[in-house]
Design a protein around this ligand. Structure first.
Ligand code: OMP
Length: 231
C-alpha cells in the first residue's frame, strides 16, 4: 500500500472530485482538512470512502479532554482511517482521546496521531509562542508526550523523523507533511524535505498537497513522486 497521502485542500467540491476521479485507492490515501470539512462536511468524507479511499481526517482537535475525546469518537463513527489532535493539548486530553478509541477493536478504530510542531513554523516563531528550545526540541518533547499517552504516532516534519525514530523506535508512527519534490515550490512550508529523503529518514506516511493538486498535470506529478520513491 502506498505511503502517499494526498491532501485535498480545495474550495470547490467538483474540482476535488475531478482529481479524486483520476486517483487510485491502491496508489494513495486522501486527507480531508479544515477547509473541505467545513464546507462539505462528513458527507464528503463518505463519498471518498465510498470510492474505496482510506481517509485521514485532519481536523487537529485541541480542546478540553471531554470535548476532544468526543470529537475523536465522532471521527471513529465516521469510519475514517486516521484522525489527529494537537499534542500540545496536553497529557489529559491525549489520554482521554486514546482511551475513547481503546474500547474499539483495533481494526474498527482510526489511527490516532498527535500534531507536534506545524511544518510551517520556524524556530523564531516557536520562541515567540513561548515554547523553549529549537523546533527539534519542541517536537521531541511533544512526541514523547503523545507516545506516553497512548497515541499511534505523530505528525512532524521529515527533518525530525530520524531523531524521533531513534528516540522512540518503530512503534511511534510518523506522518510528515511539508514534502516538497525537487519540481515543487516551497510556499508557506518551512521545514521541508523531498519524498525519497523523507522516507529514508524514517517517515511512515508522506502528506503531499499542492505539489500534486496544483500541478499542471497532477497524475504526472504523482507518477514522478512514485518514481522518485521507487528509485
Ligand atoms: O496535520 C497536517 O496534516 C499538517 C501538519 C503540519 O504540521 N503541516 C501541514 O502542512 N499539515 C497539512 O498538510 C498539508 C500540506 O499541504 P501542502 O503544503 O500543499 O503539501 C496541508 O493540508 C496542511 O494542513
Amino acid at each position: 500500500m502506498s505511503r502517499v497521502i494526498v491532501a485535498l485542500d480545495f474550495q470547490d467540491r467538483l474540482d476535488a472530485l475531478q482529481l479524486v476521479g483520476q486517483l487510485d485507492p491502491a496508489r494513495c490515501r486522501l486527507k480531508v482538512g479544515k477547509e473541505m470539512f467545513t464546507r462539505f462536511g462528513p458527507g464528503f468524507v463518505q463519498v471518498l470512502q465510498g470510492r474505496g479511499f482510506d481517509v485521514f481526517l485532519d481536523l487537529k482537535f485541541h480542546d478540553i479532554p471531554n470535548t476532544a475525546a468526543a470529537a475523536v469518537e465522532a471521527a471513529a463513527d465516521l469510519g475514517v482511517w486516521m484522525v489527529n489532535v494537537h499534542a500540545s493539548g496536553g497529557r489529559h486530553m491525549l489520554e482521554a482521546c486514546a482511551r475513547q478509541l481503546a474500547v474499539r477493536n483495533a481494526d474498527e478504530r482510526p489511527l490516532l496521531y498527535g500534531v507536534t510542531v506545524l511544518t510551517s513554523l520556524t524556530d523564531n516563531e516557536i520562541r515567540e509562542i513561548g515554547w523553549s528550545g529549537s523546533s527539534e526540541e519542541a517536537v521531541t518533547r511533544l512526541a514523547g508526550l503523545a507516545h506516553e499517552s497512548g497515541l499511534d504516532g505523530v505528525v512532524c516534519s521529515a527533518m525530525e523523523a530520524e531523531l524521533l525514530k531513534s528516540r522512540f523506535g518503530p512503534g511511534l508512527g510518523l506522518v510528515t507533511p511539508g514534502i516538497r519534490p525537487a519540481f515543487a515550490v516551497q510556499g508557506d512550508q518551512q521545514r521541508v524535505m523531498t519524498p525519497a529523503k523523507a522516507l529514508a529518514a524514517g517517515s511512515d506516511y508522506l502528506v503531499i498537497g499542492r505539489p500534486i493538486t496544483r500541478a499542471e498535470d497532477p497524475m504526472e506529478a504523482l507518477a514522478k513522486i512514485e518514481a522518485e520513491i521507487a528509485g
